[in-house]
Design a protein around this ligand. Structure first.
Ligand SMILES: NC(=O)c1ccc[n+]([C@@H]2O[C@H](COP(=O)([O-])OP(=O)(O)OC[C@H]3O[C@@H](n4cnc5c(N)ncnc54)[C@H](O)[C@@H]3O)[C@@H](O)[C@H]2O)c1
Ligand SMILES: O=C(O)[C@]1(O)C[C@@H](O)[C@@H](O)[C@H](O)C1
Length: 290
């Protein structure tokens, strides 16, 4: 037997979480540091919990000895009400994906945004970030926009199939980052928007195995435009492949996936993981078809 001070018991709360690669990434990295660490999926549907009951599930997890959880769709915003504390960025974003359970208190963090920040710094070092165009303003897109503005993007243009969502995101981000220009635009105008952009970030499901295709026409890409995709199943999306073939610097969605896992691991254990090793492990898992 071990106490909560001697070992880590971590969960992933959300819907459809069984295929997640995050548990394997955490456990393998913990093995390398010789710490006792178990990471279990806590699927809402399997456990018959409604998303709105995420607070009850957190309290149950605390009683069962869990020391932390990641939280995913559709609970990242809902969990905010159950927290005792949250980092400044998490409060500003209004969404948490990592909750530390410390002395019965729930402390929220958001490693989606910090994971994308580190992904950008690691995978695309030194790129110009004055003007960025982003497609997709949903869950991943919100964290990515926040990361881009925190990284110093001065002009961020956001489009989404759901025009109201893009407008709402642009308005709330403008309030959070008053020195930056954050605007929503019609996705039909993406050619003009990309015309003078430094980078393009894609955050819709287009390009996933279940939604194959290109989110923008290849003719709109040019070698001096960097391209980041958040989709990582497949890792080599049509966008990533096309952009790379055209000579663009590219960031695949695996960097963000590993970044969020690495940052959560640090928060949970206080240990800095080997991010290159986690990335290699991630690539192995993807190659195995996980
Ligand atoms: N790399 C990572 O760590 C990571 C993390 C979370 C999600 N993801 C991936 O990001 C993608 C999006 O996930 P999400 O959780 O943000 O989903 P979501 O449903 O919350 O948001 C997707 C958004 O894209 C918009 N959209 C869909 N099709 C569009 C199109 N053709 N043009 C413009 N907008 C369109 C939708 O209206 C919605 O606002 C998925 O592929 C998911 O697997 C990656
Ligand atoms: O790997 C997953 O399935 C995740 O759910 C992806 C993303 O939602 C992260 O915020 C979670 O920490 C883990």
């Amino acid at each position: 037997m071990s106490t909560t001070h001697e070992s880590h018991l971590v969960g992933l709360i959300g819907q459809g979480v069984l295929p997640s690669l995050t548990p394997a990434l955490h456990e393998r990295e913990a093995d390398q540091h010789r710490i006792r660490y178990l990471y279990r999926p806590l699927d809402l549907d399997i456990m018959s919990y409604e998303p709105t009951q995420v607070g009850s599930l957190l309290r149950a997890a605390a009683e069962f000895g869990y020391t932390a959880v990641n939280v995913t769709h559709p609970c990242k915003q809902l969990v905010m009400d159950a927290l005792d504390e949250a980092s400044d960025d998490t409060q500003r974003l209004g969404a948490a994906n990592t909750v530390l359970i410390r002395d019965g208190k729930f402390i929220g963090h958001n490693t989606d945004f910090s994971g994308f920040s580190s992904a950008l710094a690691t995978g695309l070092p030194g790129v110009a970030v004055d003007r960025v165009v982003q497609l997709g303003a949903g869950g991943a897109g919100s964290a990515v926009s926040y990361a881009l503005l925190a990284a110093g993007v001065s002009s961020l243009s956001i489009a989404d199939l759901d025009v109201a969502r893009a407008e709402e995101r642009a308005a709330s981000l403008s309030a959070l980052f008053p020195d930056a220009s954050v605007t929503a635009f019609d996705r039909g105008d993406i050619g003009a928007a990309l015309g003078n952009a430094d980078g393009f970030v894609h955050a819709t499901p287009v390009g996933m195995h279940s939604h194959p295709g290109m989110p923008v026409e290849a003719s709109l890409l040019r070698p001096d435009l960097w391209v980041a995709d958040v989709v990582y199943r497949p890792l080599e999306t049509e966008l990533v492949r096309t952009a790379r073939d055209l000579g663009c610097r590219v960031l695949d969605g695996g960097y963000m996936a590993v970044g969020q896992a690495a940052d959560a691991f640090t928060l949970i254990t206080g240990i800095s993981p080997d991010r290159d090793r986690m990335r290699r492990h991630f690539l192995e898992l993807i190659a195995e078809g996980r």
